[in-house]
Ligand binder design. Sequence first.
Ligand code: GLU
Length: 409
Amino acid sequence: MLRFAPSPTGDMHIGDLRVALFNYIVSKQKNEGLVVRIEDIDKQKYIDGKDKEILDILDLFEIEYSQTIYQSENIRFHSAMALQLMHEKKAFCCFCSDEWLDGKKEEAKANKKAYRYDDACANLPDELVIDNTAPFTIRINKPTPLADDVDSFVIMKQDKTPTYNFACAVDDMLNDISIVIRDEKHKSNTPKQAHVRTALKYEKHIEYTHIPTIINDDKISVKWLLEEGFLPEAISNYLISIGNKTPKEIFTFKESAEWLSLENLSKSHAHFDIAVLRDINKEHLKMLDAKELSRYVGFADEDIGELAKVYLEDASTTKELRAMIEPIFAPKEIAQEFSEKVVLMQETIKKAPYFEEYDDFKNYIVKKTGLKDEDFNKPLRLLLTGAEDGPDLAKIYKFLKNYIGEIAK
Ligand code: GLU
């Protein structure tokens, strides 16, 4: 079993989506299940509605999973496991105050040492525990043999909710997880989580893969990319290829399950490069059929889709395409210097017959208005497209000819 364990504490980052994609692909390759675990224990960081947003993104990206689990619903199991550890003298009550511990941390920092809890409360006699009215946490005994990166860390906070590492370790156990794929920022948590399971006498081996973090992604949320007009398929294509050796540059997410190997993933950080994502997006936009593409720009019409394909010469996102295509059908504001010529053309087009070919359309207007060259080209472009530049008019006329009356009105 695999799990994707997002925290509903903000907009989903591209790094999180990348982890979700890899989890899905490996679950397919290994024919294992995938569960989504919403890590919602930290109520202070929890943002209402973010869980739903994350699940919607998983659907949009076609990441299928069998179950959604809310970590907070497992708190009774976390408490039961903590109790078991206490019974077995593998965990103890710690009355050290936050101020005291902060002082110790400062001291370690001043001595340029990593802070480790000094086990001050590890062997308190029961009488001292029972008489103590101060708030307390529960700490797990550090492992024997000693591991430098695992001290006797807190597993239950003073408010009797589990700490992140404890809840995560217990849940991976409860969910029968065998493969964990997660961001490398969690690598240092692995020994602590393994220690919890060992103390609970859980023997199943869990295989970990830590995915190198994507640098520069601080502000890059999945939501933002979608709003900017990147297609889900292009975003997954990019996230799978970044820092990876793939047999081709452009592919669909589902197809990548046939050949993706996490072993080829570079061990160093991947750098987010929007220019590369733009190129990939353009290729995916080209692959859409015309009608589908037209929907992304607000229509449901094959001709408009074909028109959008021509505009792909200068655009890489659906947002950019929309910004080019919408003005064609919107009322146009024509600058003073062109207005006279444009009005003349409008009058001519109103009375003109239908022309199949651009050249015939053009010759007709030239003949009727007497305008030519610069006096002709720019006003006609403005009238038809609402923009001063853009693709060759002959190329776009093909897809506009059925709407000329509406466009030039
Ligand atoms: N909830 C953690 C996160 O969103 C993931 C923890 C894990 O995968 O173990 O970064």
